[in-house]
Design a binder for this molecule. Structure first.
Ligand code: GCU
Length: 602
């Protein structure tokens, strides 16, 4: 009893969070930052020896202490200074052959000096860390973040030293049954500090966050809010759009919040004219600048309306994988290459699957005029009855929306992909959809749903109960690949229970670039090309179809695809190989989108 009590006291002392995870600071580009990217010292720790003692109890003297032997007989069994390094940002799997399949813990350490400026605060910001990150500064625990694809930050104002700060992150990408995603995915479980890490310096009271978009259903009214954080919450804040000669002043309340609303006659953002305005949010103690586009997105019956006009979403699905070099994408050039290929296809839209991609990708889509479906990794069969799993999914949803709510390109929030129909699942996802609407009423809510055949064996019926709670129905279909062979597609008709627009969110077939044969031979470019030809004809027979995002733009790594000489742990459904080679089917889709594009111009 005594040992447990003293252990509890100890752990409370050791693990009491000095600093805490603060609400997300958005638009880090528009602030004073110090990058911590580059080489980090790392310790690969499969048994989590740096966290647990031999009784598998959290150890007070873990690697987060960054300890050094003080005397010649001191026993320290790790040393960051002489340990190997890994690049940040970057997943560890594609950086070292020996880590390609590694799932577990790796400790990252970065040291830095920091000259404190009076009346300022300091935060450490992570673009993402897959999957669970425990963060420490100078031996103190800052906190923990779960979820591999959304940003988080901690305040370190009272913990930072002038010299030799030791920032340590324990990153663990082990898959978990109660996780989001759960144990099985058809994408590589890239681990590590996969996106930027930076220090953010702010005034003592700063502009923490803001939402500045067109009011739902309006094209002339802007509505939103500004949130200050600090000891001077009540201030005058001015929202400026200099190019439109707009400057509107509001007053934040005792919680630092001001609701904003004003008329504005602006050039609306669209794929043909992706207009972004410089927008300044100026408080008495802080000023941030952003580039924001303004557009309205709605549904009307089975139509999707962009700025009040019906639009067809000519899209393609994309995984966050870097062309040519592989591994998690994070660079601007990764984004411009992938979105450039989508533009070449004739796309005005992309489905970023199955998790929120990096902010660079979203801002490039904003600049290039490409609409975006953004999704949280509620993928296949997670634990629907588990409250922790729900909280985790809801947190990832909130973080996704928080980061990208001012991006005109993002038009759809997707709650899930290919989840089994049952009450617990539908309730889980219905609650997420409600949460998304509460956080952002201006965008459309969707999910990639299941469908089933009617008794006639060739009519696909969409009546998934989840459809009730969505604005746009997404549906994945693989007729001709997992379901029969391509000629079956010619017989397929589609029916829906819903007076809502349909996006065919996935379809496709595997083909190894350069493998040729007759159209009946799987894995050949001709088979994939034939499947696309027949599918395009089928799509034209669906009166309520308003968008497509075939699976997938580029071949990507998957642990579920071992076929030697063909897949080699890659999903080969790309229209482009991972080395940038276009397959025959690329041109079939390009032709279809050229046709649709021409019709849209009429
Ligand atoms: C599924 C799933 C994808 C997967 C694809 C495939 O529909 O959503 O993540 O990669 O099919 O099997 O290729």
């Amino acid at each position: 009893m005594k040992t447990i009590l003293c252990f509890l006291f100890l752990s409370a002392a050791i693990f009491s969070v000095q600093a805490q995870q603060t609400a997300l600071i958005t638009n880090t580009d528009g602030r004073k930052t110090i990058s911590l990217d580059g080489q980090w010292r790392t310790i690969v720790d499969p048994y989590e020896t740096g966290y647990y003692d031999y009784r598998y109890l959290p150890s007070p003297n873990g690697y987060f202490k960054d300890a050094k032997p003080k005397t010649k007989n001191d026993l320290i069994e790790y040393d960051f200074d002489t340990s190997e390094t890994l690049n940040v940002p970057g997943d560890w799997n594609s950086q070292k052959e020996k880590l390609l399949l590694y799932e577990g813990t790796i400790w990252y350490r970065k040291t830095f000096d920091y000259q404190k400026n009076p009346n300022t605060r300091l935060f450490v910001y992570f673009g993402a860390a897959n999957y669970v990150a425990d963060v420490y500064l100078n031996g103190e625990k800052l906190g923990r973040h779960e979820g591999g694809f959304t940003p988080f930050n901690f305040e370190i104002t009272n913990l930072v030293h002038d010299k030799a700060n030791s920032l340590i992150v324990k990153v663990d990408n082990k898959r978990r049954r109660d996780g989001v995603p759960t144990l099985n995915t058809d994408w590589w479980n890239y681990g590590g500090l996969t996106r930027d890490v930076k220090l953010l310096e702010t005034p003592s009271t700063f502009v923490q966050d803001y939402s500045i978009q067109l009011k739902k259903g309006s094209r002339e009214q802007i509505s939103g809010w500004v949130q200050l954080n600090g000891t001077k919450p009540g201030q005058k804040v001015t929202v400026r759009i200099p190019e439109a000669k707009i400057a509107k002043t509001f007053t934040t309340d005792a919680n630092g919040r001001a609701e904003i609303g004003f008329d504005a006659s602006l050039n609306l953002w669209s794929p043909d004219d992706p207009k972004l305005y410089d927008v300044v949010v100026e408080a008495e103690t802080d000023r941030v600048q952003d580039q924001i586009g303004f557009r309205s997105i709605e549904v009307k019956g089975q139509d999707i309306l962009l700025n009040g006009k019906p639009i067809f979403l000519r899209g393609v699905s994309i995984h966050e994988e870097a062309p040519f070099r592989g591994g998690r994408a994070y660079k601007k050039e990764d984004a411009t290459t992938l979105l450039g290929w989508a533009k070449e296809l004739g796309c005005n839209y992309v489905r970023l699957a199955h998790y929120p991609h990096n902010e660079t990708m979203i801002r490039e889509a904003d600049r290039m005029g490409i609409m975006v479906w953004s999704e949280i990794p509620v993928y296949w069969t997670i634990l629907w009855d588990n409250p922790t799993t729900f909280d985790n999914a809801q947190t990832q949803l909130s973080e996704m929306i928080a980061r990208d709510k001012n991006r005109a390109a993002v038009i759809i929030w997707s709650m899930a992909n290919e989840t089994p129909i049952d009450d617990a699942r539908t309730t889980f996802l219905k609650r997420l959809a409600e949460r998304a609407r509460a956080l952002d009423s201006t965008r459309l809510i969707s999910a990639a749903l299941e469908r089933h055949y009617l008794a006639d064996g060739h009519t696909q019926m969409i009546d998934d109960p989840l459809g009730e709670y969505l604005d746009v129905i997404g549906c994945n279909e693989y007729v001709g690949w997992y379901d029969g062979i391509p000629e079956k597609i010619d017989t397929i008709e589609w029916k829906t229970k819903y007076q809502k627009p349909l996006i065919m969110s996935e379809f496709g077939a595997d083909a190894l670039y350069g493998k040729h044969g007759d159209a009946q031979t799987r894995w050949t470019e001709e088979y994939q090309e034939d499947l696309y030809r027949r599918t395009v004809k089928m799509l034209k027979r669906i009166p309520f179809l308003r968008g497509t995002s075939p699976w997938i733009l580029m071949d990507f790594r998957s642990p579920r695809r071992p076929l030697p000489g063909i897949q080699d742990f890659h999903n080969r459904k790309g229209l482009i190989s991972d080395q940038g080679k276009k397959k025959k089917a690329f041109f079939v889709l390009q032709e279809y989108y050229r046709e649709l594009g021409a019709q849209a111009q009429k």
